[in-house]
Every structure is written in structure tokens, then in C-alpha cells.
Design a protein around this ligand. Structure first.
Ligand SMILES: C[S@@+](CC[C@H](N)C(=O)[O-])C[C@H]1O[C@@H](n2cnc3c(N)ncnc32)[C@H](O)[C@@H]1O
Length: 233
């Protein structure tokens, strides 16, 4: 396996680029839970700090960064509502980025994958696991506070509506949305570009200022990541 030659921070806080001897460059985050990985990713020790490789083929946020996302809304201490947490792959990197002073409210409705998510959260005190359906956000009202970032990756046909509803309850004004759109989950009969345009229009009419739409190919085919700022309804 190729050795690391350097690690440096990108223009995004707490997101690093790791250069290997063979010339390859990968993303990585500082491991909040040293000695432990989450999905088989490589642990890298450099200048007495442990990093975890962030695989852009496994995480759409990493794919979006590799494909030119211009800004990251995540900071140290950020509160994040994450819908569609699955077994915690991307959640774990968001948890690294916001550090121990931040919080990631990780919502997932499949009990099978929540079991794995709980294992991840056990080693990461800033991850709060919520077994719930994102379509009914009022059901987790007692668990979630106002958040700086809403991250949505649920691959549902009505996800722009679900994102907007959750934003109206939990996203701070001027907060940010990261929404992964999978064209095939919305309408297999339409061209992906047509679907993205329609979903972006829905967000605009629900109080979002869409800043960037990043195509995730080749990491995820027929997917985009949308970054938007919430101006409120
Ligand atoms: C594409 S996967 C998410 C991958 C994850 N974001 C990552 O990068 O590690 C979509 C997840 O959303 C969950 N999901 C779909 N609809 C949901 C809903 N209405 N409420 C909560 N979770 C949902 C699915 O069970 C699945 O685990």
C-alpha cells in the first residue's frame, strides 16, 4: 500500500487532502475516534495526528468536494440534522468535521441499518441516533434543536418537499442545505437534467437560494449534490 507523503487542509475547514507516494490524492478527516474506522477506510498517522481516508465512491459529500463543491457549510461546533444516515459512513466524517463541540442528529428509518449506526455513535458522542421517518419531522421535535446545516440523502421521490418541511421546523435562517438528488429515484422516464432543474425550482419556491449544483459522476452516476442557503418562508 502506498505511503502518505503529505496532508494539508483544503479551503474547507477540517477537510484535508492526503497525497500518496504513487501520486494519488484522496480526501481525509481527522479521526474523532482514534484507532477505529467505520467502513473499512484506511487510518493514516501523520505528524502525530490520526486521519481517516474519505472515500468519494462511498460518500456523496466527498464526491461533491472532489467534483468542485466551492464551499462547505460545516464548521467546528455546527449543529447538523442529517436525514438518511444509513449505517453512518458520511455521518462519521461530518462528525469528524464538526468535532466534539458539534452535534449530528442522524435520522434513519430502517431498523436494520440503525443497529450499525448505533455502533458508530457509541464511539462518537456528537452523533445522536434517531430511528424515525424523515417525512414526519414533528415526531423528533423533542430530540432535535435548531440546526446550522440540513443534510438530506434519502433517495425518495418527494425529497425536496421533505427537505423543505424539515427546514421549516429546524433549519436556522441563513443556515445551509446539502441535498443529494438521485435522478432515478424521482422519475426513470425523464432525463436527469430535467429532474434536477425541477427539484431546484421546488427548493427556490420553498425559501432556498440555490448556490451550486454539483454533478457527482463518476462517483455516483445520475446524482447531483445541491448546496443552498435558507432564507426562510
Ligand atoms: C442513499 S442511503 C444514505 C447514505 C448515507 N447518507 C451515507 O452517505 O452514508 C439512503 C438512506 O435513507 C434512508 N431513508 C430513506 N427514506 C427515509 C425516510 N423517509 N426517513 C428516514 N430515512 C430514510 C434509507 O433507509 C437509506 O439508509
Amino acid at each position: 500500500m502506498s505511503e502518505v507523503v503529505s496532508i494539508y487542509e483544503t479551503n474547507m475547514l477540517n477537510i484535508f487532502r492526503c497525497e500518496f507516494e504513487d501520486g494519488t490524492v484522496r480526501l481525509c478527516t481527522k479521526n474523532l475516534s482514534p484507532g477505529h474506522n467505520v467502513y473499512g477506510e484506511r487510518l493514516i498517522r501523520y505528524n502525530k495526528i490520526e486521519y481517516r481516508e474519505w472515500n468519494a465512491f462511498r460518500s456523496k459529500l466527498a464526491g461533491a468536494i472532489m467534483k468542485g463543491l466551492k464551499e462547505s457549510p460545516l464548521s467546528v461546533g455546527s449543529r447538523v440534522l442529517y436525514l438518511g444516515a444509513a449505517s453512518g459512513t458520511t455521518v462519521s466524517h461530518v462528525s469528524d468535521i464538526v468535532e466534539a463541540s458539534g452535534k449530528v442528529y442522524a435520522v434513519e428509518f430502517s431498523p436494520r441499518v440503525v443497529r450499525e449506526l448505533i455502533m458508530v455513535a457509541q464511539r462518537r458522542p456528537n452523533v445522536i441516533t434517531i430511528l424515525a421517518d424523515a417525512r414526519f419531522p414533528q415526531r423528533f421535535r423533542t430530540l432535535v434543536e435548531a440546526v446550522d446545516v440540513l443534510y438530506v440523502d434519502i433517495a425518495q421521490p418527494d425529497q425536496a418537499e421533505i427537505a423543505s418541511y424539515n427546514a421549516s421546523l429546524y433549519l436556522k435562517k441563513e443556515g445551509h442545505l446539502l441535498l443529494a438528488i438521485k435522478a432515478r429515484s424521482i422519475d426513470v422516464t425523464k432525463e436527469p437534467e430535467e429532474i434536477y432543474k425541477r427539484e431546484v425550482e421546488k427548493l427556490s419556491s420553498n425559501g432556498f437560494d440555490v448556490r451550486q449544483v454539483v454533478n457527482l459522476d463518476p462517483y455516483d452516476k445520475d446524482h447531483v449534490m445541491v448546496l443552498a442557503k435558507y432564507e426562510g418562508k
